[in-house]
Design a protein around this ligand. Structure first.
Ligand code: ATP
Length: 446
């Protein structure tokens, strides 16, 4: 059987599949939606959770030098003063006086002409727009009660640096990891779940002593993150690690690498890895007046560790997994007929469903019962789903949600205890004893 992959899917096709199969829905859809917010459906929720679990496993559970953290979304407003977000976390926006549309100044190709209505000279002067979402804490809505929904999770880690290293008994080099929601009042949300106003970040703050090994540690983290994307099968020709020049980095950063994926609309950032020096801890020490330096018991000295940060977007990574997995297979079947199928080639650890178990006939209680009992036994170890009906339709549905293995129970199963196992990618089918399924799936997904 010959197969070949079609050119890349458009975003419209991805969005349509995401809705049809229950990955991602527009938030508040029945009221017309709200820009920059999305909901994850039954499969999308598991996809996103799998992305987070994969990140957490690699960066926290498998490391004895990284500890877990979970800070609050609303923090003292001075946190954002110290971090620079109150004064400098803004985009420059311009409005078109004719069509009233609003644009990010840095996204305009031509500042003379409105990109939407084409009017010349209709754009206002750029002005600063702070990206933090505000709220009020307590019953009074005045300036004293203003608080912010965090625009990044990292600051919660910095302000707790001392609490964490003392309670966890850690000394640099060591890291603090957190996955959580962040909020940014983006001027132009868009490209589906790429640019959101509410999103999740997976951040790792790795603190190192200033002993001359910091740049080597930075490189090691870049390599680790490269390996992570490779392990989960992201196509290497669609991934790049862009090294920021000194002009592109903030003045305090000693090194920076942006991880970028080639989305259907072009390259976009998935993650930023940065050597931030002592900037963040220094800023909080200066404003709070509290000493956050590390105290080295051995040498009886205090020092401020350097920081290597890896900050990834969970929604962008989940979207990448979806887009990267999406393929249309064209093949010629054994009868010489052209066939086409849509298949999501998810890595088995990322796939929302790992194995689907089918009963070939809906109205045969012995088959249904046998298939259900196989499915419920496998469910303890794998993400499984039971279904029944027309085998062609069942395969099609599972291919579209990226299930790596389909297991079919038929009349022979009742005679000899064997089932058909069909592989998503090769479409190869084999007959195996039902008793060996757990070992077989374990071997394939390990
Ligand atoms: P961009 O340039 O795309 O606005 P950024 O450089 O401001 O992103 P960072 O502040 O470095 O982003 O945040 C780290 C990561 O958080 C990004 O690489 C991205 O994956 C994710 N992220 C940031 N903003 C958003 C957003 N509005 N929607 C979804 N994910 C986001």
């Amino acid at each position: 059987m010959e197969t070949d992959a079609r050119p890349r899917a458009s975003m419209d096709e991805i969005v349509a599949l995401a809705k049809r199969r229950g990955f991602i829905f527009q938030s508040s859809e029945i009221y017309g939606g709200i820009g920059g917010f999305y909901d994850y459906g039954p499969l999308g929720t598991i996809l996103k959770r799998n992305v987070k679990d994969a990140w957490w496993r690699e960066n926290v559970e498998l490391r004895d030098d990284v500890v877990a953290f979970d800070s609050s979304i609303v923090m003292h407003p001075l946190v954002w003063k110290a971090s620079g977000h109150v004064d400098a976390f803004h985009d420059r926006l311009v409005d078109c006086k004719i069509c009233k549309h609003r644009f990010r100044f840095d996204h305009l190709k031509n500042a003379e002409q409105c990109p939407d209505c084409g009017s010349k000279g209709s754009l206002t002067q750029p002005r600063n727009f702070n990206l933090m979402l505000q709220t009020h804490v307590g019953p009074m809505e005045d300036s004293a009660s203003v608080a912010y929904l965090r625009p990044e999770t990292a600051q919660g880690i910095f302000v707790n640096f001392k609490n964490v290293y003392q309670s966890a008994r850690k000394r640099p080099p060591f890291g603090i990891a957190q996955i959580g929601k962040s909020f940014r009042n983006e001027i132009t949300p868009g490209n589906f779940t790429y640019r959101l106003r509410e999103f999740e970040q997976a951040e790792l703050e790795y603190f190192v002593p200033d002993d001359g090994n910091d740049l080597a540690t930075f490189e090691t983290w870049v390599e680790r993150r490269k390996q992570w994307y490779a392990d989960y099968g992201v196509k290497p020709d669609r991934l790049r690690f862009y090294e920021l020049s000194q002009e592109e980095r903030p003045h305090y950063a000693k090194a920076g690498v942006d991880v970028e994926y080639l989305f259907p609309w072009g390259w976009g950032e998935l993650e930023s890895i940065a050597h931030r020096g002592t900037y963040d801890l220094d800023a909080h020490m200066a404003l709070s007046g509290k000493d956050l330096r590390f105290f080295d018991e051995g040498s009886k000295t205090h020092y401020t560790p350097l920081l290597i940060e890896s900050s990834a977007g969970v929604d962008r990574t989940a979207l990448t997994m979806l887009i990267d997995a999406y393929e249309i297979d064209r093949s010629v079947d054994p009868n010489g007929k052209d066939t086409e199928r849509l298949v999501l080639r998810f890595h088995p650890r990322i796939a929302p469903v790992q194995a689907a178990v089918f009963s070939l006939a809906r109205n045969k209680p012995e088959l249904v019962e046998r298939a259900r009992s196989i499915e419920s036994a496998l469910r303890r170890r794998f993400r499984t789903q039971y279904d029944e009906g027309n085998i062609g339709q069942l395969y099609r549905r599972q291919d579209e949600i990226g299930t790596p293995c389909c297991i079919t129970v038929d009349f022979d199963t009742l005679e000899d205890g064997t089932v058909t196992v069909r592989d998503r990618d090769s479409m190869h089918q084999e007959r195996v004893g039902a008793g060996g399924l757990e070992a077989l799936l374990h071997e394939r997904f390990a």
